[in-house]
Design a protein around this ligand. Structure first.
Ligand code: ADP
Ligand code: ASP
Ligand code: MG
Length: 411
């Protein structure tokens, strides 16, 4: 008998039929004698619908009230899911994040889980109940409702699994595992049997939204066995594992991630003096704007063009901040460009294989795709390109690196 946490995403609970379907899957696990905690998202489209309602009322809704609003989506699904289980004769009980007491900090819209009180869940499990918990939400120490950021139900699932010492956390979604890239963009993308936490974290941070970044961080930190599966089909899914393999046995590239959410800001003609980077990024940081890629190089005239990327939603704010300090810095001008995209190749095998970057650049050159920025880490290479070439870039890299072919995996 095992304790399993199962998280079901929006599409998996998008209709009453689908909720019934999920209930039947949970029941099968109960029939096998397992204890099951279910975490559910809002029905698909519901969170967006609620956010749009808020926008109809005001262009800048209070973050506290937004959290009160959007958490209702998950409250609907926990109740419906418990009813479906009870209807089939399986005792079940639903809890909102606050009722469990998933304690978070007070950063509305992007709160972090600080502690979970598991006593009610354990009591229910001991009574033979299925426990159904609302994903994506918690409560701060003053009792305010908080949310964990978009896609945050994944993190609720993993955090509960860690708190309960569950044998496995299963993330059920509308694809049957983690693929070499988003199967919606590359139709012959291949399901990975396993991927390391490190690679999954890099894929998620570079834009693969199949798992929320924090859920992968949590799983890695607390060593939660994590699996991504389909709620519509049977199958083994993808296991996220610690990296134990011989580096020579690993594929060089595990996957390609991409991100359309970033924008580029260029500060031109910055004097090449100590402190210039700080004088640019200091005010950006003070305005609470997160910076991703940064590129700087000194030209022949002893000035530099300082280029960096931010989230598209923050482009205007960052540009305004810099326009107002450009004079003080001695920069010539500030430009911004929202029509960019970032493509990243990820793989722990890069550590022991040279030449990945040059092959990547060669494939993009063959398609006449211009690279605007490059950044690398030990297990990742990212490039920024014009947004309209994104799909072409991902497809050509996927086939150029033959990611559709099974590497030398044994099982
Ligand atoms: P849920 O609502 O179940 O949380 P999400 O939409 O958040 O589902 O995540 C699943 C989606 O992630 C898939 O439909 C797929 O389009 C997308 N995706 C992006 N990159 C990948 C990848 N590498 N492997 C699998 N799915 C991916
Ligand atoms: N319903 C929330 C969202 O759409 C949380 C989640 O689905 O994980 O972002
Ligand atoms: Mg999701």
């Amino acid at each position: 008998m095992a304790l399993i946490v199962q998280k079901y995403g929006g599409t998996s609970v998008g209709t009453i039929d689908r909720i019934r379907n999920v209930a039947r899957r949970v029941e099968r696990y109960r029939d096998q004698g397992h204890e099951v905690v279910v975490v559910v998202s809002a029905m698909s489209g519901e969170t967006n619908r609620l956010l749009a309602l808020a926008q109809e009322v005001t262009a800048s809704p209070s973050p506290r009230e937004l959290d009160v609003l959007v958490t209702t989506g998950e409250q609907v699904t926990i109740a419906l899911m418990s009813m479906a289980l009870q209807h089939d004769g399986y005792p079940a009980r639903s809890y909102t994040g606050g009722q469990v007491r998933i304690l978070t900090d007070n950063a509305h819209g992007k709160a972090r889980i600080q502690a979970i009180d598991d006593h009610r869940i354990r009591e229910d499990l001991a009574q033979g109940r299925v426990v159904v918990v609302a994903g994506f939400q918690g409560v701060d120490d003053a009792g305010n409702i908080t949310t964990l950021g978009r896609g945050g139900s994944d993190t609720t699932g993993v955090a509960l699994a860690a708190a309960l010492g569950a044998d496995e956390c299963q993330i059920y979604t509308d694809v049957d595992g983690v693929y070499t890239t988003d199967p919606r963009v590359v139709s012959n993308a291949r399901r990975l049997q396993r991927i390391t936490f490190e690679e999954m974290l890099e894929m998620a941070s570079q834009g693969s939204k199949v798992l929320q970044i924090r859920s992968v961080e949590f799983a890695g930190k607390y060593n939660v066995p994590l699996r991504v599966l389909s709620s519509f089909d049977e199958g083994p899914g993808t296991l996220i594992t610690v990296d134990e393999e011989d580096p020579m046995e690993q594929p060089v590239i595990s996957g390609i991630a991409f991100n359309r959410d970033e924008a580029k800001i260029i500060v031109r003609g910055v004097p090449d003096i100590p402190g210039a980077a700080y004088r640019i990024l200091g005010p950006v940081g003070d305005a609470n704007i997160e910076v991703d890629m940064i590129v700087q190089n000194v030209g022949a005239d002893n000035t530099t063009d300082f280029t960096f990327t931010v989230h598209k939603n923050e482009m205007e704010k960052a540009t305004n901040v810099l326009r107002s300090v450009a004079g003080e810095i001695g920069a010539k001008e500030v430009q911004s460009d929202a029509s960019i995209a970032k493509v990243s190749m990820v793989g722990v095998g890069m550590r022991s294989h040279a030449g990945v970057a040059s092959r990547m650049f060669q494939i993009l050159a063959k398609e006449s795709i211009n690279i605007q920025m490059i950044s690398t880490s030990e297990i990742k290479i990212s490039v920024v390109i014009e947004e309209k070439y994104l799909e072409l870039a991902v497809r050509s890299l996927h086939s150029g690196f033959e990611l559709e072919k099974e590497p030398f995996e044994s099982d």
